[in-house]
Design a protein around this ligand. Structure first.
Ligand code: APR
Length: 245
């Protein structure tokens, strides 16, 4: 392990363009549930009942109850050591941070130029897609007193401004993520590498000739594709690498 950390630290030190992709595993130590881990959300709930536009169309109140519950849990969470190391590295020229997480803990940690591929649980948009309500607005009230919350522009209901299964990403976020794959070093941290398009970025980075690395608690489909795979917890491994820089 220590040798791998030194190898990766040397690569990070020498990289002019460093891209970091993160997933739910980075927020696990902050107390935010992962999706597919041992106690993951998708082991307790059916995504098709809660995280699709069809589910929202069928029962917006049920979906909002779930998102309101998650917001209350996340509101009590703070960035952990992994977030802080990534925030420090994001201050470097040429560093891009791309996340699948909707908890905004990277923002709270001070991450610069964050690309949020799946949106934010702290932002809403108009379900009716009224002109003004298409652009997400911030709402971090906890608890949410009215469910579903109304769109402040047209009065119809609002939806969480997150990307649900079967939905396309916002083009500006997808473009920024794809551009970030053109790098010297691509580091993926705390993701099961199962959900596309995020899971495709490591392969795009390889095609750009980048050195690729994975830090994850367990093996993933990306483990065999990367140049170095380090299995362990992000909140321990990232600070250990930071100390070697
Ligand atoms: N440190 C490093 N890795 C960890 C840690 C930790 N402390 N804790 C858990 N992990 C790993 C797990 O082993 C797992 O492989 O993080 C990964 C989390 O995987 P998922 O729960 O599948 O989360 P993620 O990959 O971010 O999911 C992608 O799927 O449900 C959708 O939109 C949702 O953004 C999400 C997307």
């Amino acid at each position: 392990m220590h040798e791998d950390l030194s190898v990766l630290a040397a690569r990070i030190k020498g990289a002019a363009r460093l891209t970091i992709l993160t997933g739910a595993g980075v927020s696990a130590a902050s107390g935010v549930s992962t999706f597919r881990g041992p106690d993951g959300l998708w082991r307790r709930h059916r995504p098709e009942d809660l995280a699709t536009s069809d589910a929202f169309g069928r029962d917006p109140h049920l979906v909002w109850e779930w998102y309101a519950w998650r917001r209350e849990l996340i509101a009590a969470c703070r960035p952990n050591a992994a977030h802080h190391v990534i925030a420090a590295w994001s201050q470097r020229d040429g560093c891009r941070v791309v996340t699948q997480n909707v908890d905004d803990l990277h923002l709270q940690a001070g991450t610069r130029g964050l690309v949020r591929m799946h949106g934010s649980i702290w932002e809403l948009s108009c379900w009716g897609r009224c002109r003004a309500g298409v652009t997400p607005w911030r709402d971090d009230r906890v608890p949410m007193t009215v469910l579903p919350p109304p769109c402040p522009h047209c009065g119809r209901i609002a939806r969480p401004a997150v990307v649900w299964f079967g939905e396309s990403l916002r083009s500006e976020d997808l473009d920024a993520a794809v551009q970030a794959a053109a790098c010297d070093l691509f580091l993926t941290v705390g993701t099961s590498a199962l959900v596309y398009p995020a899971a495709g970025l490591v392969h795009a980075a390889r095609q750009h000739g980048a050195y690729t690395a994975e830090i994850n608690l367990e093996e993933t489909p990306a483990s065999a594709a990367v140049d170095i795979a380090i299995h362990g917890s992000a909140e321990q491994i990232l600070p250990a690498i930071a100390q070697l820089l």
